[in-house]
Design a protein around this ligand. Structure first.
Ligand code: SF4
Length: 502
């Protein structure tokens, strides 16, 4: 693999940089050691990695952060969130401790894991520092990830890591502790005697969680924190440093425009926070052995997400769909495994009242084009265009009157959306209320996942209970074709329980 140094700016252009830009243009390249599993990400990476690693590592981390955010949007409790992301972390961003039984502290794999964690954090920091909203969401998700790892770290390693941070927590002297003893006990829930604890004084803004819970003694702008609340202090410190760093990064961002290799990758990443669509591969929607033919689409449409269900209902009602609806639906059908011949047959049978000649001259070419059978650039020949992701559908301009493409959660009025959901069998008041709330907060794909989870409640419970599927098989859906495949497989498993002792 050709290694490409992503810090180096094209030398021809470097000569034109002004002095302000120059101060960023002299990185010192060095390999870094990672003595601890945890990282406050205080030092930017400076060693070389390939562009492929640059992109893939960022996508892997993005997947984790998107799941963390989705859990929080769905009001999952910390233990539920933990259960959800643990296998995903293992798959996309494993991070072993020094005392891990399988690898030793000097092991190359351990170093690679930490390097990936370090680099991916900084790449996403670049991608998400552009706007205040992205910075806030990134800091929140990263803090949750750090908290999760901190809580699960080996206790000796964790202690050594904290000592390495040189945090300016001021220890409370014995004298002061004795003087404040009564107040400390009163303000700190569950404490019987002040001398049971080691105490630290920090500025009250540094421990917002504790201040909010009113579980801390405050005096003259200082919070008196018992040692057992170390977690809160470390987390607060992590967040504060990250927020500061994001601000600084956002100011340095304009100079990145100098690098036309990185800017498109970073732009792509920043557009996909909340729906790490890049992890979807075109073959992912196929279900091996499923009977996908023109004649089976009516029956299969029960497994379609609302965007495709709505297109299918419109098609059956009007015997026609306008161009963008046809394109969205055709690509989806291609993605679930409908062959070109069957797709042409499907549209031919659906457009009633047309002669063969009319159909062939007006519609057939577009279907063949979507499949890559005609036209298109050389690269797309034979493949056509990929099925649209939620991100693409949600980001498209609003359909105008008479057009049926788009995402109903995003593009329908709340009343029309509710009517459509009820017409497709979603009649649970709590689910409908949750959907309205999600939509009100522009969390469209969360609404869609809420409906999916409700519609497949018993099947999801079953595959979880019997261990047929794990949490990585049930991560947040960010692609209509994933919705179909998961729905189809879950319902099949429900109908055909796996044989005992298989
Ligand atoms: Fe379709 Fe995605 Fe909207 Fe669900 S969230 S209806 S899958 S576009």
């Amino acid at each position: 693999m050709i290694r490409q140094d992503f810090h180096r700016i094209d030398p021809k252009r470097r000569t034109t940089l002004d002095h302000k830009k120059k101060q960023f243009a002299t990185p010192i390249f060095k390999q870094q050691d990672y003595p601890f599993r945890l990282n406050f990400y205080g030092v930017p990476p400076t060693a070389e990695i390939t562009l492929e690693e640059f992109e893939q590592w960022a996508i892997d981390r993005l997947k984790i952060l998107a799941e963390i955010e989705a859990c929080s949007y769905r009001n999952k409790t910390p233990p539920e969130t933990e259960e959800h992301i643990k296998p995903l972390l293992q798959k996309f961003l494993p991070l072993s401790s020094n005392t891990s039984s399988s690898i030793g502290p000097s092991d190359a794999r351990l170093k690679k894991e930490r390097q990936k964690d370090h680099y991916s954090h900084f790449i996403l920091r670049l991608a998400f520092s552009g706007t205040e909203d992205l910075r806030r969401r990134f800091a929140r998700a990263e803090t949750m990830l750090f908290r999760f790892r901190f809580q699960h770290d080996d206790s000796r390693e964790r202690r050594a890591f904290i000592e390495s941070l040189n945090l300016d927590w001021e220890p409370v002297s014995d004298e002061e502790r004795r003087a404040l003893s009564e107040k400390l006990v009163q303000a700190t829930p569950g404490l019987r005697r002040a001398d049971e604890e080691t105490w630290y004084k920090v500025n009250w803004e540094r421990v917002p969680e504790l201040v909010e819970k009113r579980s801390i003694f405050l005096s003259k702008g200082k919070a008196y924190v018992p040692g057992r609340e170390q977690l809160s202090m470390v987390i607060a410190e992590f967040t504060a440093r990250l927020e500061r760093a994001l601000e600084l990064t956002s100011r340095a961002l304009p100079r990145l425009d100098e690098d036309d290799r990185l800017t498109p990758i970073l732009n792509h990443l920043s557009k996909n926070f909340g729906s790490a669509e890049s992890v979807y591969s075109e073959s992912e929607g196929f279900v091996d052995g499923a009977p996908i033919t023109a004649g089976s689409i009516d029956h299969l449409s029960q497994h379609f997400p609302l965007c495709m269900r709505s297109l299918h209902l419109s098609l059956r009602k009007n015997n026609h769909l306008k161009h963008f609806g046809r394109l969205q639906y055709t690509l989806f059908l291609k993605g679930i495994g409908l062959s070109l011949e069957e797709c042409i047959l499907f549209w031919r049978q659906s457009f009633k009242g047309l002669t063969d000649d009319e159909f062939n001259s007006r519609y057939k070419y577009n279907v063949r084009h979507a499949y890559g059978d005609v036209g298109g650039d050389v690269n797309r020949r034979g493949r056509g265009y990929p099925p649209y992701s939620c991100q693409k559908i949600l980001g498209d301009t609003n359909p105008s009157a008479g057009q049926t493409h788009g995402c109903p959660y995003r593009h329908f009025s709340v009343d029309n959306l509710t009517n459509l959901l009820q017409a497709t069998g979603v009649n649970d008041k709590e689910v409908l209320r949750g959907v309205r709330e999600d939509v009100g907060k522009a969390r469209y794909h969360i609404a869609c996942n809420r409906v999916f989870e409700w519609a497949h409640k018993s099947e999801i419970k079953k595959v979880k209970d019997d261990g047929t599927w794990n949490q990585t098989d049930l991560d947040t859906i960010v692609h209509p074709n994933t919705y179909f495949k998961r729905s189809y497989l879950l319902k099949q498993l429900g109908r055909n329980p796996p044989p005992q002792n298989a």
